[in-house]
Ligand binder design. Sequence first.
Ligand code: UD1
Length: 418
Amino acid sequence: MDKLIIEGGAPLLGELRVQGAKNAVLPILAAAAMAGGECVIHNCPRLRDVEKTVMILQRLGCGVRREGGTITVDSSALTGCVIDEGLMREMRSSIIFLGAILTACSEAVVGMPGGCPIGLRPIDLHIKALKKMGVSVCEEHGYIKCSCGRIRGCDIHLDFPSVGATENVMLAAVKAEGVTTITNAAREPEIVDLARFLNAMGARVTGAGSSVVVIEGTESLHGAEYSIMPDRIVAQTYLIAALMTGGHIRVSDARPEHMRAALSALSDMGADIREDSGGIDIRSRGRIRSVHIIRTMPYPGFPTDIQSPFMALASVADGTSVFVENIFENRYRHVDELVRMGADIKVEGRSAVVRGVKELYGANVEAYELRGGAALVLAALAANGRSTVTGTEYIDRGYEDIEGCLARCGARIHRVGC
Ligand code: UD1
């Protein structure tokens, strides 16, 4: 297993380009399995989860090739409808394949999903919606077995605006008989990206980005060419890194309209932020101020995925900040590691109180999940002295070449294999 060695204290300076969005590329690759032809997808980040998704597509019988950031998926010979337990366990988002495979094959057998250990992460909303669409579902021996005739369009109300459930219903509905209307749909920008790709494949999806998404079933789909949106969580992580190190960077390709909640909090904390159509500039204006309260919410609220990097930031701010994690119940695993670096954080249930300290110090810490791991890297960049971050396999799920990106802006960071 690799580890990251970080010598803290160097301000980040320069420009970096944000990678394509992990949470957009995964459902879009799954959607490509339904095309019955060739899809050319640009701006695909090099991430472990993307490589796993490619493996799933290959097991299903798709031809897949990667050239640089472009992945070409040929689903004209899709034959399989089974995703084994091993691959499903490694990546929760593989549940998205359920809707796609059902559309392509009318049956699907997938292992129960896994993913980062950040909470229960049930799939009841996915299953309830699919059943309403006429899919018969049985769960046995760690597998979910589904079959259907032609999927039926219908009205689906989600009890919670789940990102994955919204995407799964969209995938199941594109070739369904009749119209599917999802109410209380997730409004994340990645849902919009998926809808655009589906429409490029010949689907008829409207309303994505609002809480009502309407999918009119179509008889056939075809191949398409598409470019994945920039990753808003990665962009925000690098903006925080610049602020924490007293630096000044430009994150090109970042889309400010996708990150209003975080940009507003960063500006409250004292960042000087300039936006234009090509990216975002951030400059530190001295000591960071605490943030009154951060409550994670479904989009356009404050994203759960950037809660832990913000907590690293708040731990060196002037004053006390309060966090309330409303989306995942176990998303504070980074706290003990930040405390090892000198942070003053108390957790009570879903709330955390962070009293800012003058400085963090380098330590040996371990990432237990993706975004919590990124938070540790940020803390180490700002800390006094040397840190070692293990558990890099989690960080690599979502950040392409994190050490290269940061080092190009002056961070003293490198990776060693163990
Ligand atoms: C997606 C993102 C993840 C992000 C999350 C919330 C991908 C690949 N991952 O995950 O990075 O943190 O959105 O923004 O896009 N829930 C249920 N039943 C269900 C489904 C979800 O109770 O059937 C609950 C979950 O336990 C959780 C909440 O709904 O508490 C949000 O989950 P969801 O929006 O589905 O997240 P994911 O799609 O897994």
